[in-house]
Design a protein around this ligand. Structure first.
Ligand code: ZN
Length: 531
């Protein structure tokens, strides 16, 4: 089918100035971009001067299971996103042998909808997604945390040589089968137990395939520079590409580190992504120090949190009266941002719903407890399944990071329960807030961070630009393109997207959401020239 977009204000993704043009699409592919195209076509869409850009690429999304959920990728699609990268922060759903899945699913940070996992290895996961039908393009990283769990279970003991050989073999299999790179999440259990030799093993296999390691660092606060250095040394030793996930700097006391952080990223030409908010969202479990998680298996830890000895220890650590282990990096959120800046955003039980949307400081006041005791009691009663929102840094620093040319946009979408507004708002918020209102960058430069830069960094072949020969992943929006999601109303979709094409098929047509599933699973080819 031939489609013609007339009268477009084209922003092609490269960062260069917008220009007036028509765009011709033939089936899945853009075949011509020039003014006044007169070829006979099946369908004409008059842009009437609206912006036409490449479909946005979300380089950091935990939507590994979204295609199996009733709403699918809708919060993302309404933002103009046509490609999602999943399997990040070392977390994910594949590869994992069937016999380990039930236990793993109990503590799945990315959410655990009640669906049948019909897969075990990477190829069976990708075919499950394809069979379900994808609304957008999806590509997946290999989560290192899953491999560690498969090989060592919950053990905190460093891998021995045989285990590392197994790790290399599993990494090789998944990268050979088309995983986009390897993701590390070094604050999460059990990946936080991994030592240099273990990480070097996966990084070396990544280097062999010329694929990146994508890292949630061990520290995003007091020891962030050391944590970044650790990854720089690792990637240099292995000879692989390094990308830093959701770059941020937690805690007012660390604000002064930003310039050193950005200089390091510049010196080593390291790419990174960021979501455009000064508050984050993750499991409340991550307030616990690694020393404690190291000492007890997850089920045992839940029991230990009742005991007065462990409770006293946690009090001492969280208040920084005592440091758990000086050498071990740890984002001590309560000490860094304060209990008043940590909000409960998702719980499992009915009884606990009343705490949702309230800061832990306030909850504790209501129950007449110390915030530490309130938080631990909640973790116990919810069996660890509590998600929080934490205000981690000043907006001015978020803006400064956004202006850096090596940064791109990744929403860090976590689905299920009460969402973070970044799930439905990230991309239009960049345009509406960071470009139109605050004028931090030009629209063209901002679009580059959502499209071409992302595609180049992760070798998404023929994506991320509007050019002849490129896939017709295209967004069209007006000057009123705007996010509406807030902490209070996180599910509000963006508005102002007129049309969206995924591989040449319309997913949104004149503002109407269609039921098409024209996305593809994008396997990464070996040698870093993916399809
Ligand atoms: Zn992460």
């Amino acid at each position: 089918m031939r489609q013609l977009i007339k009268n477009a204000t084209v922003i092609d993704g490269r960062g260069s100035n917008a220009f007036k043009s028509d765009i011709l699409i033939n089936n899945q592919v853009i075949t011509d971009i020039s003014p006044f195209i007169t070829t006979a076509v099946d369908h004409v869409i008059d842009a009437d001067g609206a912006f036409v850009t490449p479909g946005f690429i979300d380089v950091h999304s935990h939507t590994d299971l979204a295609t199996f959920l009733p709403q699918g990728f809708k919060p993302k699609i309404m933002q103009g996103i046509t490609t999602e990268l999943v399997g990040l922060c070392g977390l994910g759903v594949s590869p994992l042998p069937k016999e380990l899945q039930a236990e793993h699913r109990k503590r799945l940070i990315i959410g655990n909808p009640p669906i049948d996992w019909g897969w075990d290895d990477f190829p069976s996961y990708t075919s499950a997604l394809e069979q379900q039908g994808l609304e957008v393009n999806v590509s997946a990283f290999l989560p290192h945390g899953l491999l560690r769990y498969q090989i060592c279970g919950n053990s905190s003991i460093p891998m021995n040589k045989n285990q590392r050989l197994k790790l290399a073999q599993l990494t090789d299999e998944a990268l050979g089968a088309g995983a986009r790179g390897v993701s590390l999440g070094l604050i999460y259990h059990p990946a936080l137990f991994s030592d240099r030799d273990e990480l070097l093993t996966v990084a070396q296999v990544a280097a062999k395939y010329q694929k990146p390691i994508v890292v949630h660092m061990r520290s995003e606060s007091d020891q962030i520079l050391e944590a970044l250095q650790e990854m720089i040394v690792l990637s240099e030793q292995a000879g692989c590409q390094l990308h830093i996930s959701h770059l941020k700097l937690i805690g007012q006391r660390n604000a002064g580190k930003l310039s050193s952080l950005l200089s390091l990223l510049e010196r080593y030409q390291i790419s990174f992504d960021q979501y455009p908010y000064h508050y984050g969202s993750t499991t409340l479990f991550s307030i616990l120090p690694p020393a404690l998680i190291r000492a007890y298996a997850p089920d045992e830890l839940m029991k230990k949190l009742h005991t007065s000895t462990v409770r006293r220890q946690v009090h001492d650590w969280l208040s920084e009266r005592v440091l758990p282990q000086a050498s071990e990096p740890w984002d001590n959120l309560p000490a860094l941002v304060g209990w008043e800046n940590i909000l409960i955003c998702e719980v499992e039980s009915q009884e606990a719903q009343k705490w949702v949307g309230i800061s832990i400081a306030e909850c504790a006041q209501q129950t007449d407890q110390h915030p530490v005791d309130f938080a631990l009691d909640l973790l116990i009663s919810e069996q660890g399944n509590v998600r929080m929102i934490d205000y981690f840094m000043d907006e001015a620093l978020v803006e400064q990071i956004f202006q850096h040319p090596q940064g791109m946009v990744g929403s860090d979408t976590l689905l299920g329960g009460r969402l973070h507004p970044r799930v439905s708002g990230s991309f239009p918020r960049i345009i509406n807030q960071f470009v139109t209102q605050r004028k931090l960058l030009s629209l063209e430069q901002a679009i580059r961070k959502m499209t071409a830069l992302s595609a180049e960094t992760f070798s998404l072949h023929k994506r991320g630009k509007l050019a002849p020969g490129y896939y017709a992943d295209i967004a069209m929006f007006g000057a009123d393109f705007c996010d509406h999601a807030t902490i209070e109303q996180p599910e509000r979709y963006a508005t102002g997207l007129h049309n969206l094409w995924v591989n040449g098929q319309q997913k949104i047509s004149q503002g109407k959401y269609l039921n098409t599933r024209s996305g593809q699973f994008l396997l990464a080819k070996n040698g870093n020239n993916g399809v």
